[in-house]
Structures are given as C-alpha cells and as structure tokens.
Design a protein around this ligand. Structure first.
Ligand code: GCU
Length: 137
C-alpha cells in the first residue's frame, strides 16, 4: 500500500508559517518558510524497511529562481542545496526528490533553508526502493 504523505503543516515547523492561501495543496495547508536561514520543517517518519529510500518533497515555487533546501536525516546531510526550481505558479505543485539509505524505524527528516527563501512545502512521501522482504506468516 502506498503510504499517505507526511504533511508539512503537521510536522515540526521552525521559522515558517502554516498557510493555505494557494490551492492544490494536500491536507489542510503548506509551510511558507519565513526566513532565509535556520528555518526548517522536521518530519518524524517511519521507514517500513531498510535500504535506499526515496524522499519526495511536494512543493510550489511561483518564482523563476531556485529555492534550494538542505535535507538532513537524523542530523546527517542527505542533500546539500536540493534544488526546488520554479513550478510556474504558487498553485502549481511539483516534487523534488532525493534517495537516501535508511534503517527501518523512526527517522527525523529535516528540510532547512539554505541562505535563500524556501519554496512553499506541502508534504513528504517516503518510499522504500528495495525489494520487500518475504512476508512473514
Ligand atoms: C508570495 C506567495 C507566498 C510565497 C512568497 C515567497 O508572497 O504568496 O506563498 O511564500 O511569495 O516568495 O516565498
């Protein structure tokens, strides 16, 4: 089964604002990063199995400039300046992705501003890439 996305508005939000004034977001809103550094959204996620895992960040960026974010997993860098290019409109939502190795169990995945304003962040979807273990009876 496809896991439901982790909504940014339900994550820990530091120096960001939960807003809902642009349509097309999932859940009840999205996070508008408020400052250009030290702002972050931290998701607590559950990895269902170990191995390479795709992190899909759903976002909108109505400007033509990149709005990169630094991605860490449990405090360790997973992506430096992950690109969040313009989506054409604040109501057009796309996905920026990085694949990282996870152990199974809980992890803290943080998306932080990297010196420029961030995108509007809607959600995170966590998808293991490796084959599933054989089901236990
Ligand atoms: C606009 C837009 C906001 C967005 C902001 C920005 O004000 O309405 O949702 O966050 O631009 O540039 O970050």
């Amino acid at each position: 089964p496809r896991a439901a996305p982790y909504e940014a508005e339900s994550a820990q939000v530091v120096k960001g604002k939960v807003e809902s004034n642009h349509t097309g977001h999932t859940g009840t809103g999205f996070v508008n990063f408020d400052v250009v550094s030290d702002a972050y959204v931290e998701f607590t996620v559950e990895a269902e199995r170990p191995g390479p895992t795709k992190l899909d960040f759903r976002y909108a960026n109505g400007t033509s400039a990149d709005r990169p974010l630094d991605i860490t997993v449990d405090g360790t860098q997973a992506a430096d300046n992950l690109s969040f290019p313009g989506t054409g409109a604040w109501t057009t939502w796309k996905t920026a992705s990085v694949t990282t190795n996870l152990t199974s169990g809980p992890h803290k995945i943080r998306a932080a501003t990297a010196g420029v304003d961030g995108p509007n962040l809607d959600s995170l979807t966590v998808t293991p890439q490796g084959p599933a273990d054989t089901e236990k009876p």
